[in-house]
Write a protein that binds this ligand. Structure first.
Ligand SMILES: [Zn+2]
Ligand SMILES: [Zn+2]
Length: 365
């Protein structure tokens, strides 16, 4: 996953990133197109949405065609209902009513959401989803769904509270049900299969259930530290397909080694070493029958601290070698000792191709 929403990557850089990932059998690229820091795609019916730096629809077609020639499926992500400051900057009236007088500033993560009770929220998202579905060839469409700051937004909004009362809800998070009923229906109308980040009833263990009942056709991505075993159990029981991106192993924005980080954009990130990534068992040790719904693994490169493509590849490699092997090689054939021997030729190959990578000095001999 690339995140040009936080720091924009020009088309040529996205292609460069694709060139590297296909060497290691990565065949899906999720692009996180929208967030608090920017809206990176032209929407012809809602021209106010796009930030100054964005992909035109022709740019997107160009990226998709390039990826397709290399057997890579490009999955769009439009993140709602949280992480929506870029939408609120274009349409301030979509904020919850009690926040109408506190303007948003793009580039600041302020936990602002679009209002669940405003009809116009759905009018605009319907336009967005229709155009994105028509543009992208992927069978999938990622709608975010992560880190919705419900207590500060929907829970305090008079309109959202009225909607809760009408529906007989006791918790504001239940508004996720009608919100996603609407937005997921747009995705289905566009002929796509929806994906969401998996959120549970707690953000760290213990958690017992989904944040809200996900429809069966939603593929979920597990990501929060410590919650993957619960996500795996719940998705298996509820029939939701699952993508593995557990933060402990697969978050490529995390430091690779203590102190190996420039002093910007670091919100206190944990460390995920190369060896830690290598240790990922995509099935988390569960019996085969409990792994059957797992579609694959994903490395997530969140972009707050990724200012350019050199930084993007530096944070991706060599950990992406380890994640690729975790994805494609059965556990009984995996060996850290063997992997260590095999990565050096690949590091040299990438460097000779002009790719910025981190040399894992901690295992060099
Ligand atoms: Zn986001
Ligand atoms: Zn509201």
């Amino acid at each position: 996953m690339l995140d040009p929403a936080r720091n924009f990557h020009p088309v040529a850089d996205v292609k460069f990133y694709i060139d590297q990932m296909v060497r290691y059998k990565y065949n899906v690229l999720q692009i996180h197109l929208t967030d608090d820091q920017g809206w990176r795609m032209e929407i012809k019916s809602q021209p106010k949405l796009a930030s100054k730096q964005h992909y035109t629809q022709d740019d997107i077609r160009d990226i998709i065609a390039y990826a397709e020639e290399r057997h890579v499926d490009v999955v769009p992500e439009v993140d709602v209902p949280g992480h929506t400051v870029a939408i609120l900057a274009a349409y301030p009236e979509l904020a919850c009513k009690h926040l109408h007088d506190s303007p948003v500033k793009v580039d600041e993560t302020t936990n602002r959401m679009v209002c669940a009770a405003n009809e116009k929220t759905y009018t605009i998202l319907k336009d967005v989803v229709r155009e994105v579905c028509a543009l992208f060839k992927s069978p999938y469409f990622h709608l975010g769904g992560d880190e919705a700051a419900v207590p500060a937004n929907w829970a305090k909004c008079p309109d959202c509270n009225e909607m809760m009362k009408q529906k007989g809800y006791t918790k504001a998070t239940q508004l996720m049900i009608p919100f996603f009923n609407n937005v997921l229906s747009f995705v289905r109308e566009g002929g796509k299969k929806p994906i969401l980040w998996c959120e549970l009833d707690n953000v760290y263990p213990p958690a017992n259930d989904y944040l809200f009942p996900y429809p069966k056709d939603v593929t979920l991505v597990t990501w929060r530290n410590g919650l993957t075993p619960t996500c795996q159990k719940l998705t298996q029981q509820n029939g939701n397909p699952l993508i593995m991106a557990p933060g402990e192993y697969a978050y490529f924005d995390y430091l690779q080694w203590k102190g190996d980080f420039p002093e910007f954009g670091n919100w206190g990130m944990p460390t995920t070493s190369l060896q830690k990534t290598y240790e990922l068992d995509p099935g988390y040790g569960r019996p085969a029958a409990e792994q059957a719904h797992i579609l694959g693994v994903m490395g997530t490169l969140w972009g707050e601290a990724i200012r350019d493509i050199n930084r993007a590849t530096y944070m991706t490699y060599p950990r992406a070698f380890a994640l690729a092997e975790a994805a494609w090689t059965q556990m009984e054939h995996r060996s850290w000792e063997s992997f260590k021997e095999r990565i050096y030729p690949n590091i040299t190959l990438l460097m000779k191709s002009g790719v910025s990578v981190r040399v894992p000095f901690e295992i060099a001999r």
